[in-house]
Structure formats: structure tokens, C-alpha cells
Design a protein around this ligand. Structure first.
Ligand SMILES: C[S@@+](CC[C@H](N)C(=O)[O-])C[C@H]1O[C@@H](n2cnc3c(N)ncnc32)[C@H](O)[C@@H]1O
Length: 306
């Protein structure tokens, strides 16, 4: 299995301990342990259904979309996860006789191995890249695996797990003339719903890995407007300890007093207008195509350098 490592497991473990101490757990830890991966799969099964139709129609256009690429289509997927959506695209390109090379980029060793193995099963040339897509340097190194034109995917509301104002600029920065970026967003389509059991389990998994049990405290979900942009909303999740705890981060113990809180990962939601503004006015990209999922929950944009 071919995987290039820019972010090591030792670095992630060190950052996990530091993040527990800082009471703020970034997105990548929610896909890191086997427990998190299991919870993520349970959660994503449902949203996969909603995006399936979008992916099938996009994949049907994949060969046309990449016609100007000439022979070879390098596909770089930022936050690839298991690579399930990527493979729909890759198969469509291969079926159209295109020569594809797949570069899934992810911080999760387990998910990345799944993405690489899946592509190998389909006889697609693949190099996995274990990297932190929140790091500008890692994004540059990951995109340098191939020269432009390249097809970038950032899907499954991956952008929503980061501050989208910062992250979209970083991503746009590596998009060169000739490249295509396919990116999606979860729309805020009405009043916030109470979190589903699968969502609660997913956000709790890193704490479980640190030895916390559900009756050690409470997880609270809150939705707030982000004052920087009309139509931008942030769903935060935080855990409050109901008793004194000792969190386990590998060999390190991190004490947490009763009443203290830890910020878990957040999710950004958008109106369609806010998402378009982020891509165009804010990040300087040009949207050349757009699709909504049949249930209206997701919007997917095809972008190029303006
Ligand atoms: C919401 S999931 C989407 C996965 C996939 N694209 C899909 O649609 O099923 C986000 C993915 O980004 C990865 N991720 C989160 N934070 C990351 C980081 N800082 N660097 C690299 N990957 C990260 C996670 O491991 C996860 O696979």
C-alpha cells in the first residue's frame, strides 16, 4: 500500500494530549481512533443517501468536465475519508477510457488505508497522502504531487469542519489555472433539529477513547450565527464534566475538574448565497457549475481559478 506520510501518528497523539489540555478538540480527532471511525461510518450512512444522486450525476459529467486535461487526470481528494464518493468519480473516468491517478489526502490512517485499498481493488493507480489539510504547508505539498491541471474534490461537508473563511482561502491558494475544484456544503435549511443519536455518539467518541463515559458529563449542541457573514451558522458541541475526571491521552493523564468544559468539533452550515460568496468574492474562485441534492440539504459547486 502506497502512503506518503506528512503527519505522523506520534504527532497526532501529541496534539491530542495538547488539545485535551487546551479543552479544544479539532476535527481530525473525530476520525482518528477505531471507535471514532466506527461512529463516523454509522453517522455518514444516512447523509450518503442524500448525496448519492448528486454524485451519480456529477460522475456522469466527469469525463466531459476533465476533457481539457488531455490524457491524464490526477484526482486529489482533500479529506477523502473512505473515498466512497471519490470512487464513483474515478470509476466514471476509467469507464470513459481516461487515465486516472488518485491521491486521497486525510489525517486518519484507518480511513486513508480504506480509500487506498478501495482504489487498488478497482485497479486504479493510487498514492495516499497522510496530511493535515488545515496546514497550508501540507496543502501545498499534497497538491504538488502532480502538475496542473488537476481535479480537486473537497466533499461530504468537509469544509464545514474548519473555519470556512480561513480554509477556503487556503484551498483556493493551491488551485491553479486549469485545475477544477468540486466542493460541497451542508445548507442550513430551517430550524435546527435536535442532534440524532448517531451524531451524539460520533462527537463523544474521542472522549470515550480518553476514558470518559456518558454519565461523566453532558454534551451540549448549540447553533449560533457567525457575525462575520450573513448566512453563516456554526453548530458547536461541548462537553461539561459532571465530576472530577482524569482524561487519558496515551501515557499522559489530563485532569479535568467538575464543571469544566471541552469544545468538541464544530460544523458550519450556510445559506446557498453565503456559500457562493465564500467561493467567489472571498476566495477568488469562479463557480462554473452548481448542483443541489434532491432533498435540498447539500449544494455542490464546480469551481475554477477566476
Ligand atoms: C466529513 S468527513 C468527509 C469524508 C469524505 N470526503 C466523504 O465525503 O465521505 C471529513 C474528512 O476529513 C478528514 N479530516 C478532518 N480534519 C482533517 C485534517 N485536519 N487534515 C486532514 N484530514 C482531515 C477526516 O478524517 C474525514 O475523513
Amino acid at each position: 500500500m502506497n502512503i506518503e506520510v506528512l503527519l505522523t501518528e506520534a504527532e497526532i497523539a501529541q496534539e491530542f494530549a495538547e488539545s485535551l489540555e487546551a479543552r479544544d478538540l479539532p476535527e481530525k480527532f473525530f476520525y482518528w481512533t477505531p471507535m471514532s471511525v466506527r461512529r463516523w461510518k454509522e453517522l455518514s450512512e444516512r447523509s450518503e443517501e442524500s448525496l448519492k444522486a448528486t454524485w451519480e450525476s456529477l460522475a456522469a459529467k466527469a469525463a466531459d468536465l476533465t476533457k481539457p486535461f488531455g490524457g491524464k487526470v490526477p484526482l486529489i481528494s482533500l479529506g477523502a475519508g473512505e473515498g466512497l464518493k471519490d470512487r464513483v468519480f474515478l470509476r466514471a473516468l476509467a469507464a470513459a477510457g481516461r487515465d486516472v491517478k488518485y491521491f486521497p489526502v486525510d489525517a486518519s490512517q484507518t480511513l486513508l488505508e480504506t480509500a487506498v485499498a478501495g482504489a487498488e481493488d478497482d485497479d486504479i493507480e493510487v498514492l495516499g497522502i497522510k496530511a493535515d489539510i488545515a496546514s497550508h504547508m501540507h496543502l501545498v505539498l499534497a497538491s504538488d504531487v502532480s502538475e496542473a491541471p488537476r481535479l480537486f474534490l473537497m466533499v461530504g461537508n468537509t469544509l464545514g469542519g474548519f473555519d470556512p473563511m480561513d480554509q477556503i482561502k487556503q484551498v483556493a491558494d493551491v488551485i491553479q489555472k486549469g485545475d477544477i475544484l468540486v466542493i460541497d456544503a451542508r445548507l442550513r435549511d430551517g430550524a435546527p433539529l435536535p442532534p440524532r443519536v448517531e451524531q451524539q455518539r460520533f462527537v463523544f467518541a474521542p472522549l470515550e477513547a480518553a476514558g470518559v463515559s456518558p454519565d461523566d458529563g453532558q454534551v451540549e449542541f448549540m447553533e449560533n450565527r457567525d457575525d462575520r457573514l450573513d448566512g453563516l451558522y456554526m453548530v458547536t458541541r461541548r462537553f461539561q464534566a459532571a465530576r472530577d475526571l482524569r482524561l487519558q491521552a496515551g501515557a499522559k493523564e489530563v485532569p479535568m475538574a467538575r464543571g469544566e468544559r471541552i469544545l468538541l468539533n464544530f460544523r458550519y452550515l450556510y445559506t446557498a448565497e453565503a456559500f457562493r460568496w465564500l467561493l467567489t468574492e472571498h476566495a477568488g474562485l469562479r463557480v462554473v457549475g452548481e448542483m443541489s441534492s434532491p432533498d435540498g440539504r447539500f449544494i455542490t459547486a464546480v469551481c475554477i481559478r477566476a
